[in-house]
Design a protein around this ligand. Structure first.
Ligand code: SAH
Length: 458
Protein backbone atom coordinates (compact mmCIF):
# COMPACT_ATOMS: atom_id res chain seq x y z
CA UNK A 1 0.00 0.00 0.00
CA UNK A 2 1.66 3.25 -1.12
CA UNK A 3 2.54 5.67 1.71
CA UNK A 4 1.97 8.75 -0.40
CA UNK A 5 -1.31 9.97 -1.86
CA UNK A 6 -1.62 12.58 -4.61
CA UNK A 7 -4.92 14.41 -4.66
CA UNK A 8 -5.98 15.98 -7.94
CA UNK A 9 -7.66 19.32 -8.66
CA UNK A 10 -11.44 19.13 -9.12
CA UNK A 11 -12.28 17.88 -12.63
CA UNK A 12 -8.74 16.67 -13.35
CA UNK A 13 -9.73 13.02 -12.76
CA UNK A 14 -11.54 12.83 -16.10
CA UNK A 15 -8.68 11.55 -18.24
CA UNK A 16 -7.74 8.98 -15.59
CA UNK A 17 -11.32 7.73 -15.43
CA UNK A 18 -10.95 7.21 -19.19
CA UNK A 19 -7.72 5.35 -18.32
CA UNK A 20 -5.27 7.69 -19.97
CA UNK A 21 -2.17 6.98 -17.86
CA UNK A 22 -0.49 10.42 -17.76
CA UNK A 23 -0.86 13.09 -15.07
CA UNK A 24 0.62 16.57 -15.54
CA UNK A 25 1.83 18.75 -12.66
CA UNK A 26 -0.98 21.29 -13.05
CA UNK A 27 -3.52 18.58 -12.15
CA UNK A 28 -2.13 18.12 -8.65
CA UNK A 29 -3.85 19.78 -5.68
CA UNK A 30 -2.10 18.21 -2.69
CA UNK A 31 0.28 15.51 -1.51
CA UNK A 32 -0.66 13.61 1.63
CA UNK A 33 0.49 10.84 3.92
CA UNK A 34 -1.78 7.91 2.96
CA UNK A 35 -2.35 6.88 6.58
CA UNK A 36 -2.61 10.09 8.54
CA UNK A 37 -3.90 12.29 5.70
CA UNK A 38 -1.33 14.89 6.80
CA UNK A 39 -0.17 17.30 4.09
CA UNK A 40 3.34 16.58 2.82
CA UNK A 41 5.96 18.64 1.04
CA UNK A 42 6.10 17.39 -2.57
CA UNK A 43 9.83 18.02 -2.73
CA UNK A 44 10.35 15.30 -0.10
CA UNK A 45 8.81 12.60 -2.32
CA UNK A 46 11.54 10.61 -4.05
CA UNK A 47 11.63 10.08 -7.80
CA UNK A 48 10.14 6.71 -8.77
CA UNK A 49 7.99 6.40 -5.63
CA UNK A 50 4.81 4.40 -6.08
CA UNK A 51 1.88 6.59 -5.05
CA UNK A 52 -1.87 6.43 -4.78
CA UNK A 53 -3.82 8.99 -6.83
CA UNK A 54 -7.26 10.18 -5.73
CA UNK A 55 -9.79 12.71 -6.99
CA UNK A 56 -10.75 15.92 -5.14
CA UNK A 57 -13.53 13.88 -3.53
CA UNK A 58 -11.00 11.24 -2.44
CA UNK A 59 -12.18 8.65 -4.95
CA UNK A 60 -9.42 6.12 -5.79
CA UNK A 61 -8.17 6.66 -9.33
CA UNK A 62 -4.94 4.71 -9.81
CA UNK A 63 -1.50 3.76 -8.56
CA UNK A 64 1.20 5.73 -10.29
CA UNK A 65 4.95 6.33 -10.17
CA UNK A 66 6.21 9.81 -9.38
CA UNK A 67 8.63 11.52 -11.82
CA UNK A 68 9.27 14.97 -10.31
CA UNK A 69 11.50 16.25 -13.10
CA UNK A 70 9.27 15.17 -15.98
CA UNK A 71 6.36 17.10 -17.49
CA UNK A 72 4.34 13.95 -16.86
CA UNK A 73 4.75 13.86 -13.09
CA UNK A 74 2.80 10.67 -12.52
CA UNK A 75 2.34 7.66 -14.81
CA UNK A 76 -0.40 5.21 -13.88
CA UNK A 77 0.63 1.59 -13.49
CA UNK A 78 -2.71 0.20 -12.26
CA UNK A 79 -6.32 1.34 -12.09
CA UNK A 80 -7.33 -1.42 -9.66
CA UNK A 81 -7.25 -0.59 -5.95
CA UNK A 82 -6.73 -4.23 -4.97
CA UNK A 83 -3.50 -4.55 -7.05
CA UNK A 84 -0.16 -4.86 -5.29
CA UNK A 85 2.71 -3.61 -7.44
CA UNK A 86 5.26 -6.31 -6.64
CA UNK A 87 7.34 -8.86 -8.53
CA UNK A 88 4.33 -11.03 -9.37
CA UNK A 89 2.46 -8.03 -10.74
CA UNK A 90 5.36 -7.08 -13.02
CA UNK A 91 5.89 -10.65 -14.17
CA UNK A 92 2.20 -11.02 -14.98
CA UNK A 93 2.16 -7.79 -16.97
CA UNK A 94 5.15 -8.98 -19.01
CA UNK A 95 3.75 -12.47 -19.41
CA UNK A 96 0.46 -11.06 -20.71
CA UNK A 97 2.31 -8.74 -23.08
CA UNK A 98 4.31 -11.65 -24.52
CA UNK A 99 1.14 -13.77 -24.82
CA UNK A 100 -0.55 -11.00 -26.84
CA UNK A 101 2.10 -11.55 -29.54
CA UNK A 102 1.42 -15.27 -29.91
CA UNK A 103 -0.63 -14.83 -33.11
CA UNK A 104 2.44 -13.29 -34.76
CA UNK A 105 4.38 -16.55 -34.64
CA UNK A 106 3.10 -17.67 -38.05
CA UNK A 107 4.74 -14.68 -39.65
CA UNK A 108 8.28 -15.92 -39.41
CA UNK A 109 9.68 -12.75 -37.87
CA UNK A 110 12.68 -13.16 -35.57
CA UNK A 111 12.40 -9.57 -34.39
CA UNK A 112 9.39 -8.71 -32.29
CA UNK A 113 8.34 -6.02 -29.83
CA UNK A 114 7.44 -7.88 -26.64
CA UNK A 115 6.42 -4.88 -24.54
CA UNK A 116 5.16 -1.59 -25.97
CA UNK A 117 5.04 0.77 -22.97
CA UNK A 118 1.55 2.26 -22.47
CA UNK A 119 0.16 -0.17 -25.07
CA UNK A 120 0.97 -3.00 -22.65
CA UNK A 121 0.18 -1.02 -19.46
CA UNK A 122 3.87 -0.51 -18.67
CA UNK A 123 4.46 3.23 -19.31
CA UNK A 124 8.17 3.84 -19.91
CA UNK A 125 9.15 0.26 -20.82
CA UNK A 126 10.00 -1.01 -24.26
CA UNK A 127 11.26 -4.56 -24.77
CA UNK A 128 12.34 -5.89 -28.16
CA UNK A 129 13.49 -9.41 -28.98
CA UNK A 130 16.02 -9.89 -31.77
CA UNK A 131 16.80 -13.59 -32.29
CA UNK A 132 17.99 -14.74 -28.85
CA UNK A 133 18.74 -11.27 -27.51
CA UNK A 134 16.18 -9.36 -25.51
CA UNK A 135 16.84 -5.67 -25.41
CA UNK A 136 14.98 -3.48 -22.92
CA UNK A 137 14.84 0.30 -22.64
CA UNK A 138 13.57 1.90 -19.44
CA UNK A 139 12.62 5.53 -19.89
CA UNK A 140 10.71 6.59 -16.78
CA UNK A 141 11.50 6.91 -13.08
CA UNK A 142 8.73 4.38 -12.38
CA UNK A 143 10.24 1.68 -14.57
CA UNK A 144 13.65 2.49 -13.08
CA UNK A 145 12.22 1.68 -9.65
CA UNK A 146 11.02 -1.69 -11.01
CA UNK A 147 14.42 -2.44 -12.58
CA UNK A 148 15.12 -5.70 -10.72
CA UNK A 149 11.58 -7.04 -11.11
CA UNK A 150 11.63 -6.31 -14.85
CA UNK A 151 14.91 -8.05 -15.63
CA UNK A 152 14.23 -10.96 -13.27
CA UNK A 153 10.85 -11.53 -14.93
CA UNK A 154 12.26 -11.15 -18.43
CA UNK A 155 14.87 -13.78 -17.60
CA UNK A 156 12.33 -16.17 -16.08
CA UNK A 157 9.99 -15.79 -19.04
CA UNK A 158 12.81 -16.13 -21.60
CA UNK A 159 15.51 -18.28 -20.00
CA UNK A 160 17.09 -18.98 -23.41
CA UNK A 161 17.80 -15.36 -24.21
CA UNK A 162 20.55 -12.92 -23.39
CA UNK A 163 19.35 -9.74 -21.73
CA UNK A 164 20.68 -6.42 -22.86
CA UNK A 165 19.77 -2.98 -21.60
CA UNK A 166 19.63 0.20 -23.69
CA UNK A 167 18.44 2.76 -21.17
CA UNK A 168 20.52 5.44 -22.85
CA UNK A 169 17.93 7.59 -24.65
CA UNK A 170 18.40 11.32 -24.14
CA UNK A 171 14.82 11.51 -22.84
CA UNK A 172 16.04 9.87 -19.60
CA UNK A 173 17.77 13.15 -18.77
CA UNK A 174 14.32 14.77 -18.56
CA UNK A 175 13.54 12.25 -15.82
CA UNK A 176 16.88 12.91 -14.15
CA UNK A 177 17.94 9.34 -14.74
CA UNK A 178 21.47 8.23 -15.64
CA UNK A 179 22.12 6.92 -19.14
CA UNK A 180 23.02 3.24 -19.06
CA UNK A 181 23.62 0.43 -21.52
CA UNK A 182 25.08 -3.04 -21.36
CA UNK A 183 24.61 -6.72 -20.84
CA UNK A 184 22.48 -7.77 -17.87
CA UNK A 185 23.60 -10.62 -15.65
CA UNK A 186 20.31 -12.17 -14.50
CA UNK A 187 22.00 -14.02 -11.64
CA UNK A 188 23.35 -10.87 -10.19
CA UNK A 189 20.60 -8.28 -10.55
CA UNK A 190 20.86 -6.72 -7.14
CA UNK A 191 24.42 -5.88 -8.07
CA UNK A 192 23.51 -4.82 -11.54
CA UNK A 193 26.22 -2.18 -11.59
CA UNK A 194 28.76 -4.42 -9.99
CA UNK A 195 29.06 -7.16 -12.58
CA UNK A 196 31.99 -9.54 -12.66
CA UNK A 197 34.40 -10.21 -15.44
CA UNK A 198 35.60 -13.65 -16.55
CA UNK A 199 38.07 -13.87 -13.65
CA UNK A 200 35.45 -12.92 -11.07
CA UNK A 201 36.74 -9.37 -10.64
CA UNK A 202 34.10 -6.74 -10.03
CA UNK A 203 33.32 -4.41 -12.91
CA UNK A 204 32.10 -0.88 -12.46
CA UNK A 205 30.19 -0.72 -15.66
CA UNK A 206 28.43 -3.41 -17.65
CA UNK A 207 30.05 -1.97 -20.79
CA UNK A 208 33.33 -3.44 -19.54
CA UNK A 209 32.04 -6.99 -19.76
CA UNK A 210 34.07 -9.02 -22.20
CA UNK A 211 33.02 -12.55 -21.30
CA UNK A 212 29.62 -14.06 -20.54
CA UNK A 213 28.23 -17.45 -19.76
CA UNK A 214 26.74 -19.27 -22.70
CA UNK A 215 23.04 -19.82 -22.17
CA UNK A 216 22.42 -23.23 -20.68
CA UNK A 217 26.13 -23.87 -20.06
CA UNK A 218 27.51 -25.03 -16.75
CA UNK A 219 28.63 -22.38 -14.25
CA UNK A 220 31.99 -20.98 -15.20
CA UNK A 221 31.96 -21.89 -18.90
CA UNK A 222 32.56 -18.54 -20.46
CA UNK A 223 32.57 -17.23 -24.00
CA UNK A 224 33.43 -13.85 -25.47
CA UNK A 225 30.63 -11.29 -25.26
CA UNK A 226 30.93 -10.69 -29.00
CA UNK A 227 30.25 -14.34 -29.61
CA UNK A 228 27.10 -14.17 -27.50
CA UNK A 229 25.95 -10.84 -28.89
CA UNK A 230 27.75 -9.95 -32.11
CA UNK A 231 27.91 -6.32 -33.24
CA UNK A 232 25.53 -7.14 -36.06
CA UNK A 233 22.62 -9.48 -35.52
CA UNK A 234 20.82 -10.54 -38.71
CA UNK A 235 17.16 -10.73 -37.88
CA UNK A 236 14.70 -12.56 -40.14
CA UNK A 237 11.69 -10.61 -41.37
CA UNK A 238 8.63 -12.38 -42.83
CA UNK A 239 10.84 -15.33 -43.67
CA UNK A 240 12.25 -13.22 -46.52
CA UNK A 241 15.39 -11.33 -45.58
CA UNK A 242 17.59 -10.79 -42.52
CA UNK A 243 17.85 -7.19 -41.42
CA UNK A 244 21.06 -5.98 -39.72
CA UNK A 245 20.49 -4.93 -36.09
CA UNK A 246 23.10 -3.65 -33.64
CA UNK A 247 21.71 -3.81 -30.11
CA UNK A 248 24.93 -2.40 -28.63
CA UNK A 249 25.31 0.78 -30.67
CA UNK A 250 22.31 0.99 -33.00
CA UNK A 251 19.43 3.42 -32.63
CA UNK A 252 16.93 2.87 -29.79
CA UNK A 253 17.05 -0.86 -28.94
CA UNK A 254 19.09 -1.56 -32.07
CA UNK A 255 16.68 -1.07 -34.94
CA UNK A 256 13.18 -0.18 -36.07
CA UNK A 257 10.76 -3.04 -35.68
CA UNK A 258 7.82 -0.67 -36.06
CA UNK A 259 8.26 -0.53 -39.85
CA UNK A 260 8.13 -4.29 -40.46
CA UNK A 261 4.61 -4.15 -41.87
CA UNK A 262 5.41 -1.32 -44.26
CA UNK A 263 8.68 -2.95 -45.33
CA UNK A 264 6.65 -6.03 -46.22
CA UNK A 265 4.18 -3.79 -48.04
CA UNK A 266 7.14 -2.46 -50.06
CA UNK A 267 8.15 -6.03 -50.93
CA UNK A 268 4.66 -6.76 -52.26
CA UNK A 269 4.51 -3.47 -54.11
CA UNK A 270 7.81 -4.23 -55.88
CA UNK A 271 6.51 -7.65 -56.88
CA UNK A 272 3.38 -6.02 -58.31
CA UNK A 273 5.40 -3.46 -60.28
CA UNK A 274 7.54 -6.26 -61.68
CA UNK A 275 4.54 -8.37 -62.67
CA UNK A 276 2.91 -5.39 -64.39
CA UNK A 277 6.06 -4.27 -66.21
CA UNK A 278 6.13 -4.56 -70.00
CA UNK A 279 8.27 -7.68 -70.05
CA UNK A 280 6.96 -8.97 -66.70
CA UNK A 281 10.56 -9.09 -65.46
CA UNK A 282 11.60 -5.52 -64.72
CA UNK A 283 11.20 -4.42 -61.11
CA UNK A 284 10.87 -0.79 -60.00
CA UNK A 285 13.58 1.71 -59.12
CA UNK A 286 13.37 2.61 -55.42
CA UNK A 287 14.66 5.65 -53.56
CA UNK A 288 14.94 4.75 -49.85
CA UNK A 289 15.39 8.02 -47.93
CA UNK A 290 16.44 7.87 -44.26
CA UNK A 291 17.42 4.26 -44.91
CA UNK A 292 19.15 3.50 -41.59
CA UNK A 293 20.44 -0.11 -42.03
CA UNK A 294 18.54 -0.48 -45.29
CA UNK A 295 15.50 -2.52 -44.18
CA UNK A 296 13.12 -1.11 -46.79
CA UNK A 297 15.83 -1.53 -49.42
CA UNK A 298 16.36 -5.21 -48.59
CA UNK A 299 12.68 -6.03 -48.90
CA UNK A 300 12.47 -4.00 -52.11
CA UNK A 301 15.39 -5.97 -53.61
CA UNK A 302 13.87 -9.24 -52.49
CA UNK A 303 10.64 -8.14 -54.17
CA UNK A 304 12.53 -7.64 -57.43
CA UNK A 305 13.48 -3.94 -57.44
CA UNK A 306 15.89 -3.25 -60.29
CA UNK A 307 17.71 -0.51 -58.36
CA UNK A 308 17.68 0.71 -54.76
CA UNK A 309 19.21 4.00 -53.61
CA UNK A 310 19.72 4.12 -49.82
CA UNK A 311 20.24 7.63 -48.45
CA UNK A 312 21.29 8.36 -44.85
CA UNK A 313 23.66 10.67 -42.99
CA UNK A 314 25.00 7.85 -40.84
CA UNK A 315 28.09 6.10 -42.17
CA UNK A 316 27.63 3.21 -39.71
CA UNK A 317 24.04 2.67 -40.79
CA UNK A 318 25.05 2.60 -44.47
CA UNK A 319 27.89 0.17 -43.76
CA UNK A 320 25.41 -2.15 -42.05
CA UNK A 321 23.05 -1.71 -45.00
CA UNK A 322 25.85 -2.76 -47.37
CA UNK A 323 26.62 -5.77 -45.19
CA UNK A 324 22.90 -6.65 -45.22
CA UNK A 325 22.79 -6.87 -49.04
CA UNK A 326 25.76 -9.24 -49.16
CA UNK A 327 24.52 -11.29 -46.21
CA UNK A 328 21.17 -11.85 -47.94
CA UNK A 329 22.84 -12.86 -51.23
CA UNK A 330 21.17 -9.96 -53.01
CA UNK A 331 22.89 -8.14 -55.86
CA UNK A 332 25.08 -5.27 -54.59
CA UNK A 333 25.26 -4.09 -58.22
CA UNK A 334 21.63 -3.03 -57.94
CA UNK A 335 22.24 -0.84 -54.83
CA UNK A 336 23.68 2.54 -54.07
CA UNK A 337 24.53 3.75 -50.58
CA UNK A 338 24.69 7.51 -50.42
CA UNK A 339 25.85 9.38 -47.33
CA UNK A 340 24.09 12.70 -47.62
CA UNK A 341 21.48 14.92 -46.05
CA UNK A 342 18.17 13.83 -47.56
CA UNK A 343 16.95 17.41 -48.07
CA UNK A 344 20.08 18.22 -50.13
CA UNK A 345 19.87 14.98 -52.09
CA UNK A 346 16.20 15.50 -52.95
CA UNK A 347 16.73 19.12 -54.05
CA UNK A 348 19.62 18.18 -56.29
CA UNK A 349 17.77 15.28 -57.92
CA UNK A 350 14.63 17.39 -58.44
CA UNK A 351 16.79 19.99 -60.18
CA UNK A 352 18.24 17.26 -62.42
CA UNK A 353 14.75 15.94 -63.26
CA UNK A 354 15.47 12.42 -61.92
CA UNK A 355 12.46 10.07 -61.51
CA UNK A 356 11.95 6.88 -59.47
CA UNK A 357 9.12 4.36 -59.47
CA UNK A 358 8.91 4.28 -55.68
CA UNK A 359 10.13 6.93 -53.23
CA UNK A 360 10.21 6.12 -49.50
CA UNK A 361 10.39 8.89 -46.89
CA UNK A 362 10.84 7.58 -43.33
CA UNK A 363 12.36 10.54 -41.47
CA UNK A 364 13.20 10.72 -37.78
CA UNK A 365 10.73 12.41 -35.45
CA UNK A 366 10.49 16.07 -36.53
CA UNK A 367 7.99 17.13 -33.82
CA UNK A 368 9.48 16.63 -30.35
CA UNK A 369 6.99 18.85 -28.51
CA UNK A 370 3.86 20.90 -29.16
CA UNK A 371 6.00 24.02 -29.36
CA UNK A 372 7.82 22.83 -32.48
CA UNK A 373 4.86 21.15 -34.19
CA UNK A 374 4.43 24.06 -36.63
CA UNK A 375 8.05 24.00 -37.78
CA UNK A 376 7.90 20.18 -37.94
CA UNK A 377 4.89 20.46 -40.27
CA UNK A 378 6.89 22.72 -42.59
CA UNK A 379 9.70 20.13 -42.60
CA UNK A 380 7.29 17.33 -43.50
CA UNK A 381 5.71 19.47 -46.23
CA UNK A 382 9.13 20.29 -47.71
CA UNK A 383 10.41 16.75 -48.00
CA UNK A 384 7.08 15.46 -49.25
CA UNK A 385 6.92 18.14 -51.94
CA UNK A 386 10.41 17.14 -53.10
CA UNK A 387 9.65 13.44 -52.76
CA UNK A 388 6.49 13.75 -54.86
CA UNK A 389 8.41 15.59 -57.58
CA UNK A 390 10.76 12.61 -57.89
CA UNK A 391 8.01 10.03 -58.48
CA UNK A 392 7.38 9.20 -62.10
CA UNK A 393 3.70 9.19 -63.20
CA UNK A 394 2.10 5.94 -62.06
CA UNK A 395 4.70 5.55 -59.30
CA UNK A 396 4.30 5.65 -55.55
CA UNK A 397 5.40 7.74 -52.59
CA UNK A 398 5.50 5.83 -49.31
CA UNK A 399 5.61 8.55 -46.69
CA UNK A 400 5.72 8.35 -42.90
CA UNK A 401 5.63 10.42 -39.74
CA UNK A 402 6.69 8.90 -36.42
CA UNK A 403 5.77 11.98 -34.37
CA UNK A 404 3.19 11.07 -31.73
CA UNK A 405 1.93 14.65 -31.90
CA UNK A 406 1.13 14.43 -35.62
CA UNK A 407 -2.36 13.04 -36.18
CA UNK A 408 -3.18 11.06 -39.29
CA UNK A 409 -5.59 13.84 -40.30
CA UNK A 410 -2.98 16.55 -40.04
CA UNK A 411 -0.44 14.41 -41.87
CA UNK A 412 -2.90 13.90 -44.72
CA UNK A 413 -3.41 17.68 -44.98
CA UNK A 414 0.35 18.20 -45.12
CA UNK A 415 0.72 15.69 -47.96
CA UNK A 416 -2.22 17.31 -49.77
CA UNK A 417 -0.48 20.71 -49.51
CA UNK A 418 2.80 19.17 -50.61
CA UNK A 419 1.09 17.73 -53.72
CA UNK A 420 -0.32 21.17 -54.55
CA UNK A 421 3.14 22.73 -54.15
CA UNK A 422 4.69 19.97 -56.24
CA UNK A 423 2.01 20.54 -58.89
CA UNK A 424 1.19 16.84 -59.05
CA UNK A 425 -2.13 15.10 -58.86
CA UNK A 426 -1.98 12.38 -56.23
CA UNK A 427 -4.24 9.97 -54.37
CA UNK A 428 -4.05 7.87 -51.23
CA UNK A 429 -4.00 4.19 -52.14
CA UNK A 430 -3.74 2.95 -48.57
CA UNK A 431 -2.83 4.05 -45.07
CA UNK A 432 0.20 2.51 -43.37
CA UNK A 433 1.00 2.29 -39.68
CA UNK A 434 3.30 0.93 -36.99
CA UNK A 435 3.39 -2.86 -36.91
CA UNK A 436 0.77 -4.54 -34.75
CA UNK A 437 3.06 -5.56 -31.90
CA UNK A 438 3.55 -1.83 -31.28
CA UNK A 439 0.19 -1.93 -29.53
CA UNK A 440 -1.86 1.26 -29.31
CA UNK A 441 -3.45 2.05 -25.94
CA UNK A 442 -7.09 2.83 -26.72
CA UNK A 443 -7.37 5.83 -24.38
CA UNK A 444 -3.90 7.15 -25.28
CA UNK A 445 -3.83 8.33 -28.92
CA UNK A 446 -0.19 9.37 -28.52
CA UNK A 447 0.73 5.67 -28.68
CA UNK A 448 -0.47 5.57 -32.32
CA UNK A 449 2.68 7.42 -33.29
CA UNK A 450 3.74 6.03 -36.66
CA UNK A 451 1.47 6.69 -39.59
CA UNK A 452 2.00 6.70 -43.30
CA UNK A 453 0.40 6.72 -46.70
CA UNK A 454 0.96 4.98 -49.99
CA UNK A 455 0.41 7.78 -52.48
CA UNK A 456 -0.15 7.26 -56.17
CA UNK A 457 1.29 10.03 -58.30
CA UNK A 458 -0.55 10.55 -61.57
N1 SAH B 1 13.64 3.43 -42.47
C1 SAH B 1 14.51 2.92 -41.43
C2 SAH B 1 14.46 3.75 -40.15
C3 SAH B 1 14.77 5.22 -40.33
S1 SAH B 1 15.32 6.00 -38.88
C4 SAH B 1 14.19 1.46 -41.18
O1 SAH B 1 13.21 0.92 -41.75
O2 SAH B 1 14.92 0.81 -40.43
C5 SAH B 1 15.80 7.56 -39.44
C6 SAH B 1 17.17 7.62 -40.12
O3 SAH B 1 17.30 8.93 -40.65
C7 SAH B 1 18.39 7.42 -39.25
O4 SAH B 1 19.16 6.37 -39.77
C8 SAH B 1 19.18 8.74 -39.32
O5 SAH B 1 20.58 8.54 -39.40
C9 SAH B 1 18.67 9.32 -40.61
N2 SAH B 1 18.68 10.79 -40.75
C10 SAH B 1 18.24 11.72 -39.88
N3 SAH B 1 18.27 12.95 -40.41
C11 SAH B 1 18.75 12.81 -41.67
C12 SAH B 1 18.99 13.70 -42.77
N4 SAH B 1 18.75 15.00 -42.63
N5 SAH B 1 19.44 13.18 -43.92
C13 SAH B 1 19.68 11.88 -44.06
N6 SAH B 1 19.45 10.97 -43.07
C14 SAH B 1 19.00 11.43 -41.90
Amino acid sequence: MPMITFELQPGREKSLLRRHPWIFSKAIAAVKDSETNELLDKSKVKSGTLCKVVSSTEQFLCYAHYSPSSQIVLRAISFKEEDVIDYNFVKQRLQEAIARRAPLVARNDHGIRLVAAEGDFMPGLVVDKFNNVICAALSSAGMESLYEHIFKALHELNPDCYLYERSDAKSRRKENLPLRAGLIDPRNLSKAYNLKDGQGNALQDSKQITQVQRIGAAEGELIALDEAIPDTLFVLERGLVEIPIDVKKGHKTGGYLDQRQSRYHTYELCQTFKALSEDGKTGPSVLNCFSYTGGFGLLALKGGAKAVYNIDVSENALNAAREGVVHNHLDPGRCKFIKQDVFEYLRREVAKGTKFDIVILDPPKFAESKSNLASACRGYQDINRLGLQLVRPGGRLLTFSCSGLMTEDLFQKIIADAALDAKVEAQIITTLRQDIDHIVALPCPETFYLKGFEILVN
